[in-house]
Ligand binder design. Structure first.
Ligand code: DX5
Ligand code: ZN
Length: 228
């Protein structure tokens, strides 16, 4: 079955003093806009909050805003990000795991897409009993916390497992990969079953981000062989 790969440039890779200029440089050629939210506890870095999400929503009213919460206490922030107008919230399975089931339900009840993220060392089995509640499963392909790291090859195995489970059990979540994705591994990720590619430094570090995204789409079409 042919699936369309979605591209989600990560604002974390943009010049922090010129975020809107960076997003504008994509010339609308993105599918989702990925916003990394970090609390300095769950990950050793700080980034954006609901104010940034609201500002992006104000400036890009039609955009699918994809908030990736890397927070110790994601439950406490669901409402703030929903009110800020994001389209999708993904939270980590490692954060408040005892609340994960309810968190996914609450996110959906708020009218948003609900995602669950896994750090590289967390097994897919952790999600076994919540997969029917997930619109997106985010497979982190670097240790969460920073842009510009190298892609961890072993995480492709998790993507393959999730794609297999989806096919066998009839789930309909999208698989998203995030971290270290560029022209070297994007087609591999897509071939493993990934539907949404997050790209920070590769896109925003390129001299022409819109052309880079277009190039990635062509690359995927030419090289990816769907297996699910
Ligand atoms: C890392 C973030 C990523 C990051 C990706 O914790 O979740 O979204 O922005 O950036 P690159 O593509 O540079 O690895
Ligand atoms: Zn992210």
């Amino acid at each position: 079955m042919e699936r369309r790969t979605l591209f989600a440039p990560s604002v974390l890779g943009a010049d922090p003093l010129n975020v809107s200029a960076a997003v504008d440089s994509l010339a609308g050629g993105f599918d989702w806009l990925h916003l990394d939210v970090m609390d300095g506890h769950f990950v050793p870095n700080l980034s954006f909050g609901p104010g940034m999400a609201a500002a992006l929503r104000g400036r890009y009213p039609e955009a699918f805003i994809d908030a990736h919460l890397m927070l110790d206490n994601p439950d406490s922030y669901l409402s703030a990000f929903a009110e800020a107008g994001v389209s999708h919230i993904s939270t980590h399975a490692e954060a408040e795991p005892q609340l994960l089931h309810g968190r996914l339900s609450r996110t959906r009840k708020a009218g948003l897409k609900a995602g669950v993220a896994l750090a590289p060392a967390t097994p897919v089995e952790w999600l076994r009993h919540v997969l029917s509640l997930a619109d997106v499963v985010l497979v982190m392909s670097v240790t969460p916390g920073f842009g510009g790291q190298s892609f961890i090859e072993e995480t492709l195995e998790k993507t393959r497992d999730l794609a297999r489970l989806r096919a066998v059990e009839g789930y309909d979540y999208l698989i998203q990969m995030d971290g270290g994705i560029n022209g070297e591994n994007a087609a591999q990720a897509a071939a493993a079953g990934c539907d949404v590619l997050v790209m920070g430094s590769a896109v925003f570090g390129s001299p022409n981000p819109a052309a880079y995204l277009a190039e990635m789409r062509t690359l995927i079409q030419q090289e990816a062989r769907w297996k699910c």
